[in-house]
Ligand binder design. Structure first.
Ligand SMILES: Nc1ncnc2c1ncn2[C@@H]1O[C@H](COP(=O)(O)OP(=O)(O)O)[C@@H](O)[C@H]1O
Ligand SMILES: C[C@@](O)(CCOP(=O)(O)O)CC(=O)O
Ligand SMILES: [Mg+2]
Length: 305
């Protein structure tokens, strides 16, 4: 049996815009998905979503990994069992974490010799295939850990601040939200393209603010980024309520993380305000998760093969 795990992520800047090659800043966070794998007679995939074989309805991402790896290196069967602390369909990159941890598990079981760059790259091609179109951000950050600017794939300083996430518990599908932005961009290219490019500029400015540890300005620009996400139609009442409540309770900045339309927001928070902001999120109907950045990307947790 082999167990590999990979982290969730939040976007400080740049979701959606990054799909169009604009800049983004992502942080890997200390919430993980673990994938156990062992040889078996046939293919079994077990998770909180159900127990299946190759099944693109229930387990599209894991099924795609199983089939892609089989083409690279044929094997008879495996049993895959997934345990995850990452809420599914909520903007924290559960799809990327499960893809990357599953590839890593195969890499060790079948001794494929893939390095982290090739794990991230195969992960990205699978996100693209299942999601329709996808940036490299989620799979790259989940593979490498830390704070990373995309598309340059540069490691940045981790923010020395807390991240308080608020989950609306409203499920959203990344593929659908990405398609919604694509459709707006096709209908109103002269309006939507500059918004996406302004998000990219906020992210680039965010890189130097992070370097200088100017968290007040970083938070202010995260709020600007949120305004632009509202403009492209990826927020919702529940998210806006959590975002405004955490700002009122003293967050340095607060915005959606990930695809939006439900799922999670993230607030940048100084030490003194963690409790007040968690309470504000709860009172506004959300579930708070206090977390921080992890440098630990995908890793092998257990291997007795
Ligand atoms: N623990 C898990 N086990 C199996 N599949 C998972 C798991 N977590 C996520 N997935 C897959 O990822 C999909 C959600 O991905 P997505 O819509 O991109 O949302 P997000 O990545 O923001 O959580 C799920 O519908 C499922 O196919
Ligand atoms: C909206 C997007 O920028 C991020 C999606 O993140 P998540 O799947 O909602 O965690 C899409 C992408 O980068 O592929
Ligand atoms: Mg996803």
């Amino acid at each position: 049996m082999i167990t590999c795990s990979a982290p969730a992520k939040v976007y400080l800047f740049g979701e959606h815009a990054v799909v169009y090659n604009e800049s983004a800043i992502c942080c890997a966070i200390s919430i993980r998905t673990r994938v156990n794998i062992e040889y078996s007679e046939n293919i079994v995939i077990n998770s909180s979503l159900g127990t299946t074989g190759i099944d693109y309805e229930i387990h599209p991402y894991v099924s795609a990994v199983v089939e892609k790896i089989r083409k690279k290196s044929p094997y008879r069967g495996v049993s895959i069992s997934i345990e995850s602390d990452i809420p599914v369909g909520s903007g924290l990159g559960s799809s990327a974490a499960v893809v990357v941890a599953t590839i890593c598990a195969f890499n060790n079981l079948l001794k494929l010799g893939m390095d982290k760059e090739s794990i991230a790259s195969l992960g990205h091609s699978i996100e693209k295939e299942i999601q329709g179109s996808a940036s490299a951000a989620d799979t790259y950050v989940s593979t490498m850990g830390g704070t990373i600017s995309i598309p340059m794939r540069q490691h940045l300083k981790n923010p020395r601040c807390n991240l308080v996430i608020g989950n609306t518990n409203v499920f959203s599908s990344t593929g659908q939200l990405v398609a919604k932005v694509a459709s707006l961009k096709t209908i109103y290219p002269e309006v939507i393209t500059p918004i996406l490019s302004t998000i990219g500029k906020a992210s680039l400015r965010g890189e130097s603010l992070l370097e200088n540890e100017d968290y007040r300005a970083l938070g202010e620009l995260m709020d600007v980024n949120q305004g632009l996400l509202e403009a492209i139609g990826v927020s919702c009442n529940e998210l806006s309520r959590l975002i405004h409540s955490s700002r009122a309770a003293g967050a340095l900045g607060a915005k959606i993380t990930g695809a939006g339309g439900g799922g999670c927001m993230v607030a940048l928070v100084g030490n003194e305000n963690i409790d007040a902001i968690s309470r504000a999120i709860k009172n506004a109907g959300g579930v708070p998760i206090v977390t921080g950045v992890t440098d630990s990307g995908v890793r092998v947790d257990f291997d007795n093969e």
